[in-house]
Design a protein around this ligand. Structure first.
Ligand code: M6R
Length: 361
């Protein structure tokens, strides 16, 4: 049932390219423009505000969407974890739509948030994987992730598929709002190519070697900026939940406001530093960290010799459109956490104290 793999988690990570293929199929026209017919009746062109609600990994996918949507759609995206969202005042109007993201479609706090929005008179788009799940039944419409079943407790391929569906939704809204442009056209072309690109990322042997080297550290500091702040957060969550190593994540600019005090040779920095518009800022954060004698493991774009020079170790990912780095970074942070857990002798499929769907509040 694990198809020759040692654990479900690693099997599911390797299923990602195929899963992405299924998330894309039927959602684009022959010019590569998104067509989400099921949303046509919601007149999303009028939307000026999006409320995003989710937990855990799904929340991190939502964060990526926030950066993407705010960049292209000229709207505000307010995002919160469901266990906070549902207890705060909920303001909805005709120009607001809520997006609830949940792999299982059964997460109690996310479900209660959906109910609260509906009660306040708002409309909800669900993004879910499990067909027939409660959140999909109670929302106004569902975009399915089509990732296939995920048995490992840690979200892996479903995180990537959430991202794919959210990028597609963002681009669909751009079309509706009449702000489709060249940039989005290249994002969409590259998204179509993602199954191939991800297959290539999954061949990277360096990640496991790095896991071997770093497996005995007790702490990690994950840093990123912009759209990859979410990558850093998801990387730290993965490491914590399956390898029980303490990992904290910060938007890199926050380091000097406190957390940099933690850094020393026993506290490595895992830096997400693609070749994007925030590259120079990340580069100085790496240098600051290095000056505190922290060991630096960077994930950078192929061909970037400068980052290699200032880091102790580098894992390379292929160059993609800057908005799409969270997709190619995802297998890297997942495999790193997986191999560390496995090498430390833990079963990544059954992390202690955790359940696949959190149906209690
Ligand atoms: O099923 P959901 O997406 O609603 O689950 C939310 C979180 O419990 C979930 O993403 C969790 O953080 C992951 N399994 C962690 O890998």
């Amino acid at each position: 049932e694990k198809g020759g793999f040692k654990h479900f988690m690693i099997k599911e990570i390797y299923e990602t390219p195929e899963a992405v293929e299924s998330a894309l199929v039927g959602r684009f026209d022959e010019h590569g423009r998104p067509t989400l017919y099921e949303l046509d009746e919601f007149n999303l062109e009028r939307i000026k505000r999006i409320l995003l609600v989710a937990c855990g990994t799904s929340y991190h996918a939502g964060l990526v969407f926030k950066y993407f949507a705010e960049k292209y759609l000229d709207i505000d995206v307010l995002i919160d974890v469901a266990s906070e969202f549902r207890y705060r005042p909920i303001r909805v109007d005709d120009e607001t739509i809520t997006i609830a993201i949940s792999q299982s479609g059964e997460t109690a706090d996310t479900l209660e948030s959906v109910r609260a929005v509906k009660k306040a008179g708002g409309k909800v788009i669900a993004i879910a994987n499990v067909v027939g799940s409660t959140i999909t039944r109670e929302s106004d419409v569902t975009l399915f992730m089509n990732a296939g079943p995920e048995i490992g407790v840690a979200a892996s391929k479903t995180y990537v598929n959430q991202l794919v569906v959210l990028y597609t939704l963002g681009m669909y809204m751009a079309r509706k709002k009449g702000v489709w442009n060249e940039q989005l056209s290249s994002v969409s072309k590259e998204l179509m190519n993602m199954p191939k690109i991800l297959k290539y990322v999954l061949q990277n042997q360096e990640i496991e070697r790095m896991a071997e080297y770093y497996k005995n550290y007790h702490h990690f500091m994950y840093i990123g900026r912009g759209i990859n702040t979410a990558t850093a957060m998801e990387g730290a969550l993965k490491l914590k939940e399956i390898s029980y190593i303490n990992a904290v994540a910060y938007p890199a600019g926050e380091l000097k406001h406190g957390p940099i005090a933690l850094l020393d040779p026993t506290f490595p920095v895992f830096a997400i530093v693609p070749n994007d518009s925030l590259y120079e800022k990340m580069r100085s954060n790496i240098e600051e960290s290095r000056a505190r004698n922290a060991r630096i493991l960077s994930v950078a774009t192929e061909g970037d010799e400068e980052i290699k020079r200032i880091s102790h170790d580098v894992i390379y990912v292929p160059k993609v459109h800057e908005d799409l780095y969270p997709l190619v970074m995802a297998p890297v942070i997942q495999l790193f956490a997986y191999h560390i857990a496995d090498k430390r002798g833990y079963d990544p499929d059954k992390p202690r104290n955790l359940a696949k769907s959190v149906t209690v509040e």
